[in-house]
Design a protein around this ligand. Structure first.
Ligand SMILES: [Zn+2]
Length: 277
């Protein structure tokens, strides 16, 4: 029998204004899927350890440059607690990539299986760009499930199906360039597809111009310029051809986040109370 599925969008961290992105602030847009008693997270944001010890675990440079707000209430663990959900109920975490603003909260959910692309996991097992894991995250290496190319397609793009529940259709969509194995996550809600594009783009306006100027934050954090630009082209094409069928959004565009929350009558009260204007 089908279990009840609810989907909620939440900001599991908040960043400040960054030069040359079109939004005043940068959200850390994550998604909570509840299937019966189970909870599946799409990205975790920073975790409680980073919020309790920001200087050591995030670092002064990133805190300052990205304007990361230090507020434990924003973490996935505290958010779920406030909703009466136990950390043990989080059975699965699907990651766009392994940067700490997306995967920092893994340590708060030690029972969860973490789903990520094979390329991302192998890049972070080595000393390649932005690896390796920080020691406090390493215990989670044993709970990863990685996914490789299988020839599957989704609207013409490469896709890798995640079979987490009969009630939730979800796929990793490789969009590399920001990191080596970066993926978007496509899922179906009441028959309609959404694509969380992670950090494949940062600005809903600038990135969809043709040609799209390079944003400083994207270039500063890319692992491959060629792959990143090819991923943006794929998203531009998808939006142009399937925009009516697929709702595309990304992690750090505050406009995208507000559209999914306040715009749909489901505001995120913690996040909106600390926005910088
Ligand atoms: Zn990010």
């Amino acid at each position: 029998m089908a279990e009840h599925l609810t989907i909620e969008h939440a900001n599991f961290a908040q960043m400040g204004p960054v030069a040359h992105t079109g939004t005043r602030n940068m959200s850390v847009h994550c998604v909570i899927f509840q299937v019966g008693d189970r909870v599946i997270l799409l990205d975790t944001g920073f975790g409680t350890k980073e919020m309790d010890n920001p200087n050591d675990l995030i670092g002064a440079d990133a805190l300052f440059k990205l304007g990361i707000m230090v507020d434990r209430r924003l973490t996935a663990l505290e958010r779920l607690k406030a909703k009466g959900i136990d950390a043990d109920q989080v059975t699965d975490i699907v990651l766009t990539h392994l940067d700490n603003d997306h995967a920092g909260g893994l340590h708060d959910f030690p029972n969860a299986m973490v789903h990520v692309s094979k390329e991302e996991l192998s890049a972070y097992d080595s000393t390649r760009p932005r690896g390796p894991y920080k020691p406090y995250q390493i215990s989670h290496l044993t709970k990863f499930k990685s996914y490789e190319a299988s020839g599957e397609k989704w609207f013409g793009l490469e896709a890798r199906s995640l079979r987490l529940s009969d009630d939730l259709e979800m796929k990793l969509i490789p969009l590399p360039g920001h990191t080596m194995g970066h993926c978007g996550v496509a899922y179906r809600e009441e028959g309609k597809w959404s694509l969380h594009a992670g950090d494949a783009y940062f600005d809903h306006k600038v990135n969809f111009l043709n040609p799209a100027p390079g944003l400083p934050i994207e270039i500063a954090f890319q692992t491959s310029s060629t792959d990143r630009q090819a991923s943006i082209k794929k998203l531009q094409l998808l939006k142009a051809e399937q925009g009516a069928e697929i709702d595309i959004y990304c992690t750090h565009d505050q406009y995208d986040f507000d559209r999914w929350t306040s715009g749909r009558g489901r505001p995120d009260p913690i996040s909106s109370s600390i926005l910088l204007y």
